[in-house]
Ligand binder design. Sequence first.
Ligand code: TYM
Length: 338
Amino acid sequence: MSEIVKPEKKPIIFSGIQPSGTLTLGNYIGALKNFSVLQDDYDCIYCIVDMHAITVRQNPADLRRRCMELAAIYIASGLDPKKSLIYCQSHVTGHAELAWILNCFTYMGELNRMTQYKDKAAKHADNINAGLFTYPVLMAADILLFQTNMVPVGVDQKQHLELCRDVAQRFNGVYGDVFTIPEPYIAKVGSKIMSLQEPTRKMSKSDPEDTFVALLDDPDTIRRKIKRAVTDSDGEIRFDPENKPGVSNLLSIMSALGAGSIDSLVAELAGQGYGTLKTRTADCVIAALEPLQTEYKKLIADKGYLQGILDENAKTANYLANKTLRKVQKKVGFATRG
Ligand code: TYM
């Protein structure tokens, strides 16, 4: 009699992107581009984190539209909705419920140390709300709800992930092994793409237009923005992020997009001017984004299809989330459900 072989459970990947503005080349290189690569070897869950987005005031109609656009971008980037679970955070109540419980296991001092909170509070001084402060706890809930093994993110999320691990370990220390402790997945090249105008700062969708390449920028716009990117005046193409942040950023962008290792690019471009470096970078970016943009245009025209995916996946995500949530609720002593 042949033995029935149980399929091996794949490790779980979870990540999210905020639908809070135009996605940038930084989001693409640091996160999105890695998502589809992982979907064959892992059980992947990719969330549209609209609840995180409202920590900064949003126009409701724009936010709703951007959630749909992000669903289309996820799929256009190569995510197969049959392999990866793509859903909206606000459709799964477990995120908020687990976040509340984890709030009670997170110290004010820990949240006070979060650099992203400090940056955002400085940028939005008129609206330093409690959600902005406890944002990392909601992010920990996102991850822990699904017993996640690995979280693909850019370097700017590393501190949040460390907090998530600390909170999970604290909880497990009290109640036993309830949560899987997640590991960060941060690519060696491209995990921090810098602003084109201020290359010592991270490229960010909340900065002015000319500081970033948007995922849906047309080729002429991409060329113009990269042509105007700030470099330096010594004219040498060399990788030295400290002293030559602008040039190093362009080299990182090219390398992360598959143009070769940084060393090989430096060797290839030695003795050439910054004009060539910028033309080559723009070529790489345009070539990398073109298939995504073509696919995106088709998908966004079919809102019914996208809504169907979000509706269906919300059910699956709620089911998975509730498995962890019920366990956690029982552990902390919430009243028995009938
Ligand atoms: P968000 O929406 O700001 O960014 C989405 C992803 O893009 C990465 N990223 C970058 N990578 C390289 N260079 C850059 N300049 C750059 N800018 C952004 C981010 O690191 C991120 O991976 N808090 C998260 C969203 C989130 C999440 C989660 C992520 C909510 N819950 C759970 C992982 C797991 C955020 O604001 O990302």
